[in-house]
Design a binder for this molecule. Structure first.
Ligand code: NI
Length: 163
């Protein structure tokens, strides 16, 4: 496994739409393992492939619950409801945080690390993480959705921050 370089806001690749993954090649397995290692090394709770410069629909999420880490290939949100408003951050926007409103519940379907169909239902932080990471796959950063100013980071324990 290897730590990969995290791309930052302003780099063109973060604005691109990622491609579906057609098969679980050895290259993709290595990418997933590297994404996990890179996320943990950066103390993050989520990371999307374009953040390490790869335009594939893969995200990893670990919000510290008993079911994680979630390795999500070709993920899709199929249900969402409710609303939560809170702080968000991103490893690609270091040192910053902002207030974003997201659904409070989402259900997502995806292929897991064995390329088998899986689904997850998330509330609270997990729902926020799924929304945030899936946005990356379509070239969107949370800063586009921020309510009010982007602030210098002063994290609280229950904030969602990739970093
Ligand atoms: Ni992010």
């Amino acid at each position: 496994m290897a730590i990969r370089n995290i791309r930052e806001q302003g780099e063109e690749i973060l604005g691109k739409v990622c491609k579906e993954v057609a098969e679980l090649t050895e290259r993709n397995v290595i990418l997933i393992n590297d994404m996990l290692e890179t996320m943990y090394e950066a103390d993050g709770v989520g990371l999307a492939a374009p953040q390490v410069g790869i335009l594939k629909r893969i995200v990893v999420i670990d919000v510290g619950d008993e079911h994680g880490p979630y390795i999500m290939i070709n993920p899709r949100i199929v249900e969402s409801s409710g609303e939560q408003t809170g702080n968000e951050g991103c490893l690609s926007v270091p040192g910053k945080t902002g207030i974003v409103t997201r659904p409070d519940y989402v259900k997502a379907v995806y292929l897991d690390e064995k390329f088998e169909p899986a689904e997850v239902e998330g509330t609270g932080l997990l729902a926020r993480a799924i929304c945030h990471e899936l946005d990356h796959l379509d070239g969107h950063l949370y800063v586009e959705k921020v309510e009010g100013p982007l602030m210098d980071v002063a994290p609280l324990d229950d904030d969602y921050e990739e970093e």
